[in-house]
Design a protein around this ligand. Structure first.
Ligand code: ZN
Length: 199
């Protein structure tokens, strides 16, 4: 098969909705955030069909180190959801440790070190995502929104497993330490994190 390239990035996918979504998303990023686009040209080595066993996972991407972005061709996404998924996965490929730092600091500040424990907890397969994993997803969405895909993200929201993400902007969530302290946080409309009460 002849390798296809989309804006210079090799692509092994053949599903038309996903191909179109990749074109739209990369095209927009190149226009509105050329620096992010240059970073993606280094960090995304190619687009490949997802080989993930979990049928609920529609996309995967590592961090900013060079590597592939995988997308599930059989997911049957409509065009707006496909755009949301592609933009989110590319958000992961732009996310650096520096992006995560303010969130880490917020969690470290509260609950007498319990926030720190939660942040540092290593993700165990089959268990709910850690704070850090949820923050990574939040930051990936922040990039997607910055690139102009807020509407697509909202459209795709019902397809997401709520337990894997923070609640939507403005809806508080609470963390409670084993010693009974609790702190309430919320995600702002800018996808930043605020502590709104701490006892
Ligand atoms: Zn994600």
């Amino acid at each position: 098969m002849v390798a296809v390239e989309i804006l210079g990035i090799p692509c092994k996918l053949t599903e038309p909705t996903l191909l179109k979504a990749i074109r739209v998303v990369l095209g927009n990023i190149a226009e509105v955030a050329p620096q992010d686009f240059q970073r993606l040209k280094c960090s995304v080595t190619r687009f490949v069909p997802s080989s993930c066993e979990d049928p609920e996972v529609v996309g995967f991407a590592g961090g900013p180190d060079p590597g592939p972005v995988g997308l599930r061709e059989s997911a049957g996404l409509d065009s707006l959801s496909a755009i949301a998924v592609v933009a989110h996965e590319l958000g992961h490929k732009c996310t650096t440790g520096k992006d995560l730092e303010p969130y880490r600091q917020t969690f470290y500040r509260y609950l007498s070190g319990y926030g720190r424990t939660l942040w540092r907890r290593v993700q165990v397969p089959q268990e709910p995502p850690t704070l850090k994993t949820k923050v990574r997803d939040l930051v990936a969405d922040k990039y997607a929104s910055k690139w102009g895909f807020e509407e697509a993200l909202r459209h795709d929201e019902p397809n997401r497993k709520p337990e894997c993400f923070f609640p939507p902007a403005g809806q508080p969530f609470e963390l409670r330490s084993p010693s009974g302290q609790h702190a309430t946080f919320l995600v702002t409309s800018e996808r930043e994190l605020e502590c709104v009460s701490d006892e």
